[in-house]
Ligand binder design. Structure first.
Ligand SMILES: [Fe+2]
Length: 242
């Protein structure tokens, strides 16, 4: 399959979080993504109260990322996935951008209110950047109050739904909310949030379901990166023979 998907959310670089644990595992996940249609993939290690981005951790992440980028059969870029915490507010959010675009990926905490999320989103905006809302359909705050997703989309904050939610890999409620965001035109894009071989990317399966539901044109826009001004470019030659 010609690679055509842009995936802005994955845990394909070892970083000490719950994603891949070493470069070879990351390479296997990247190859699998490529074989299932992904041409541009962002590695977005978690940054959270339990796992802040210390200088030492960042050095290790960047080293593993460079090694993986060299060997992966697709274009790999670095970003981060922020879990809201007050400590961010003393920092410069530009440290955490998705490489080459003015967006920062932030998740609403799975449990609890979204207040800290809003504060972090506004901190990102003050720097002239835009927060991308990671998997709102998987969070208690949105499942209890779906109007919150509408409000965040209304702020111009792109909502990113997980492919795994659309495929019913989490819970029926998350699946239903994910499709509501797609059906109502609130979702800006779908990404994998792929973590490991047992939780792979699944973008092609989610794309086919989405295409059947909302048609090819809308489905393409949700999977081709255009929501963030991204596109699959020239696939590097390196790595194809690995
Ligand atoms: Fe994630």
């Amino acid at each position: 399959m010609e690679p055509r998907f842009v995936d802005i959310h994955s845990h394909v670089v070892p970083s000490g979080d719950d994603g891949v644990q070493n470069v070879s595992e990351g390479l296997a996940l990247a190859r699998d993504a490529f074989e299932h249609g992904t041409g541009l993939l962002y590695a977005t290690p978690h940054v959270s109260p339990a796992l802040p981005l210390t200088e030492e951790r960042e050095r290790r992440i960047r080293k593993a990322f460079a090694e993986l980028r060299e060997r992966a059969p697709l274009e790999l870029r670095l970003g981060f996935e922020l879990t809201p915490m007050r400590a961010f507010l003393d920092e410069d959010p530009r440290r955490y951008v998705l490489e080459q675009v003015a967006y920062v990926l932030v998740e609403i905490p799975f449990v609890g209110a979204a207040d800290a999320f809003i504060d972090v989103g506004e901190w990102i905006e003050r720097a002239g950047l835009t927060p991308v809302v990671a998997h709102p359909e998987r969070t208690e705050a949105v499942l209890r109050n779906p109007g919150l997703a509408d409000e965040l989309a209304g702020r111009g904050w792109p909502l990113q739904v997980n492919a795994s939610s659309l495929l019913g890999r989490h819970s029926p409620e998350m699946e239903r909310e994910g499709w509501r965001l797609v059906d109502d035109g609130l979702a800006a894009l779908v990404a994998s949030d792929g973590h490991r071989a047992t939780r792979p990317m699944l973008l092609d399966g989610a794309y086919e379901l989405t295409r059947g539901r909302v048609g090819e044109e809308r489905a393409s826009r949700l999977f081709d990166g255009s929501a963030l001004g991204l596109a699959v470019g020239t696939v590097p030659e390196r790595g194809l023979s690995l």
